[in-house]
Design a protein around this ligand. Structure first.
Ligand SMILES: [Ca+2]
Ligand SMILES: [Ca+2]
Length: 69
């Protein structure tokens, strides 16, 4: 699936809204704060699958990849 510019912009906005301290990375704590109803195991699974470079947080690039890039 090819990402349109529009879709990329929407993902970037979503990423920015989850990245509460604005450091350009989404941590597990920020994910949990943004999705309070998500069970802990789901976030753990999400993390291991999507954290490509295993630094324990999401970059925008990883977030975009996670969402179908
Ligand atoms: Ca952050
Ligand atoms: Ca990472």
């Amino acid at each position: 699936m090819e990402l349109t510019q529009e879709r990329l912009d929407a993902l970037r906005r979503e990423f920015d809204s989850i990245d509460q301290d604005g450091d350009g990375y989404v941590t597990e704590a920020e994910l949990r704060a943004h999705f309070p109803d998500l069970p802990r195991e789901a976030i753990g699974a999400l993390n291991s699958a999507a954290d490509v470079d295993s630094d324990g947080r999401f970059s925008l690039e990883e977030f975009i990849r996670l969402n179908g890039a």
